[in-house]
Ligand binder design. Structure first.
Ligand SMILES: Cc1ncc(COP(=O)(O)O)c(C=O)c1O
Length: 414
């Protein structure tokens, strides 16, 4: 029996700190205009498909006429014309050079790490990451792929990030503001720590979105987005994206969509394009409502702590003001009485819905210690701020007075 021949025909992407994302001057027009126009010019759509909106092309295969040339797109697992418009738009919104759409944000993270790292390599991050990301880092990658994850103790100290990096580090991964405790990481400082050791910086921009925070302007090389949350804004789509250098994106596309898995379905990609048109307006309203709600909660005697970077009491308030345009719609708070207090409060809500997501037009809440961060050890939970009385609260687009009234009546009942 002969050995199988390796058939890897792409050279793996190698990080070059000199290869920067698009410069500010290259990113134009403004953000709201890019939400509407990037990636599709209706005046240049083909004559037979003249259309004001980008077309949905559900075809999973793409006919061709030259039998000795590989067409592009060739097969819907890897690329479709609708996904290409979405990918160009997302790259433009983050100021990156290229983008790959994915079935979910968690899938996008998996595809990135799977492509970048080899057995024995490591990734440096902190406990301020979303629940499924933590499960990939703490269990799936170490047990199945031989990767190690280093969780820095104090993510507010750039020197800790720097000293956790060694010759086997392939990626530094930051989520800011983090879900669910809204920890804000200093992106310029961590980018400097990563780049001085030749390692790329990944920033998960899901909670802020490009409307409120531009990580690539602050030094990020790669941006991760769950499109499922504020980007879609109404809990009707699951999707994700990775934005980064062209070589990396094509490496991920090759390794994880040519032979395994698929990009986001084109119907969902088309829906995303519609939802993105209102992203800046929605984020403005989410932020305004959240600020009012955070003020109400932080003055309430039954609330022990409110995690919202827009509050002056937030430990990284000054940093958030410097690195974000506004603070968005996600917050969390600790209610008196631990788990009993949290459960009692959530059961009394009349308007606010209990469900596992955030970034929806409707206000929504969830108990992280039960649902998303249940796998952390007690010590890790303490370090990450996942108190038993913690409720994750995503402030919706309702009238702010109605949200506050619902919180007020529920708090009066516990
Ligand atoms: C910050 C953050 N990034 C990524 C994800 C993953 O997104 P998805 O639900 O699309 O897999 C989540 C999910 O909660 C998240 O909170």
């Amino acid at each position: 029996m002969s050995d199988l021949k390796p058939f890897y025909v792409r050279d793996p992407w190698v990080f070059d700190p000199k290869e920067r994302p698009k410069a500010r001057a290259e990113i134009s027009p403004g953000f709201a205009t890019r939400c509407l126009h990037a990636g599709f010019d209706p005046r240049q759509s083909m004559e037979e498909f003249r259309s004001f909106v980008p077309p949905i092309v559900p075809s999973m295969t793409y006919p061709y006429t030259k039998p000795d040339e590989v067409p592009c797109p060739v097969y819907g697992r890897t690329r479709t014309p609708t996904n290409t418009v979405l990918e160009k738009r997302l790259a433009a919104l983050e100021g990156g050079r290229a983008c790959l759409s994915a079935g979910s944000g968690s899938q996008a993270l998996f595809q990135l790490i799977f492509t970048l790292a080899r057995p024995g390599d490591n990734v440096v991050t902190s406990l301020n990451i979303f629940g499924e990301g933590y499960k990939q880092a703490a269990s799936i990658f170490p047990e199945r792929c031989g990767l190690r994850f280093r969780f820095v103790n104090d993510p507010g100290n750039p020197e800790e990030w720097a000293s956790a990096i060694d010759s086997k580090t392939r990626l530094v991964w930051v989520e800011t503001p983090s879900n669910p405790c809204l920890f804000v990481t200093d992106l310029e400082a961590v980018a400097e720590a990563a780049h001085s050791r030749g390692v790329p910086l990944l920033v998960d921009n899901t909670t802020a979105t490009g409307a409120l925070q531009q990580p690539m302007k602050l030094g990020a090389d790669i941006v991760l987005l769950s499109l499922t949350k504020f980007m879609a804004g109404n809990a009707t789509v699951i999707g994700g994206a990775i934005i980064g250098p062209e070589g990396l994106i094509e490496d991920i596309r090759w390794n994880t969509t040519e032979f395994v898995g698929s990009i986001m379905p084109p119907h969902d990609a088309w829906l995303m394009l519609q939802y993105l048109e209102t992203l800046p307006l929605r984020m403005e309203r989410h932020s305004r409502n959240a600020r009012k709600t955070a003020d109400f909660l932080s003055a309430h005697p039954k609330i022990l702590q409110v995690n919202y970077p827009g509050l002056e009491s937030h430990p990284q308030h000054g940093l958030a003001q410097r690195q974000m345009n506004d603070c968005g719609g996600l917050m969390s708070f600790v209610v008196r009485g631990g788990k009993t207090g949290a459960v009692g409060l959530m059961q009394r809500f009349k308007l606010i819905v209990q469900a596992v997501t955030f970034g929806t037009s409707r206000s929504i809440c969830m108990h992280p210690a039960t649902i998303t961060h249940e796998h952390l050890t007690l010590e890790e939970r303490e370090k990450a701020g996942i108190d038993d009385g913690l409720i994750r609260f995503s402030v919706g687009l309702e009238e702010p007075e109605d949200i506050i009234e619902d919180l007020d009546q529920a708090l009066a009942g516990i």
